[in-house]
Write a protein of this length. Structure first.
Length: 259
């Protein structure tokens, strides 16, 4: 059987240390507070450096629902393009990229807030963002293969693979094709059967508490819904959180899911 070619963007020759940051969803002030709590120095509004060389790794879903998606995007873009950190694409980021490209997208799940905020931004910034999001990998392999980062996760047999199957899983998780009573997709609990040696850290599924099972860690703790913005420090494997300033958006499944 022919194996899908590996994704060269996934393999990063970097042992860290890292600060893995869960779903931000436009919560710029909370992101700034978290970076400050993690020990980063702020040189200007979007320029952050860590005195010990730690690097943030953003788990995707930078946009939608929150009050300042452009501010979050500027911070992450500046960090990644300067080589001081990494980011994987989330499903909300990918939908926003398609809107930037002029494609028809359903105005739901919080993208209206991002569109409204982007109206005040110059056209060159729109084009820069479209290119930037398009270059983001769907998952990353860090620390010599000990750490895997994806927005919604990846199964053990997917690590390093570049295919539509892996991209969809990394952004959306494992869905059943069915919808719940709120019209949101029903997902399988793929972490229950994960058996890989690398630790997988992801976001996407918002709940009040950090979830660890079978060497899989989910750190989306629902900042935009009034929860917390969470970082996992690697290789220390400890957690740093800041509380949301307020509940910026209502989800019918909070605190069960984040679509």
């Amino acid at each position: 059987m022919n194996r899908t070619p590996p994704d060269p963007r996934a393999y990063i020759d970097d042992r860290g240390p890292f600060d893995l940051i869960g779903d931000i969803h436009g919560c710029f002030d909370e992101l700034a507070a978290l970076l400050q709590t993690l020990g980063y120095d702020r040189r200007d509004v979007h320029d952050w450096h860590h005195p010990e060389g730690r690097r943030p790794v953003f788990l995707g879903d930078l946009v939608d629902r929150g009050p300042d998606s452009p501010g979050v995007l500027r911070t992450v873009q500046a960090t990644v393009t300067a080589g001081r950190g990494y980011c994987v694409v989330g499903n909300h980021d990918d939908k926003f990229r398609r809107w930037l490209a002029g494609r028809d997208v359903k105005i739901s799940h919080g993208i209206r807030e991002t569109i409204d905020q982007m109206q005040a931004e110059p056209d060159p910034f729109h084009r820069e963002l479209a290119h930037f999001i398009d270059t983001l990998p769907h998952h990353l392999i860090l620390d010599e293969g000990r750490l895997i980062v994806a927005h919604a996760g990846v199964q053990a047999d997917m690590h390093g693979e570049d295919s539509s199957r892996v991209r969809a899983f990394a952004m959306y998780g494992e869905v059943t094709g069915e919808r719940d009573e709120h019209g949101l997709p029903i997902r399988r609990d793929w972490a229950r059967s994960y058996s890989g040696d690398p630790t997988v850290v992801h976001g996407h599924v918002a709940e009040p508490e950090i979830r660890e099972r079978n060497n899989v860690v989910c750190i989306d703790t629902g900042c935009v819904f009034g929860g917390h913005l969470t970082a996992m420090r690697w290789p220390e494997r400890d957690y740093v959180q800041v509380p949301a300033l307020e509940a910026w958006f209502h989800s019918p499944r909070w605190a069960v899911d984040d679509n």
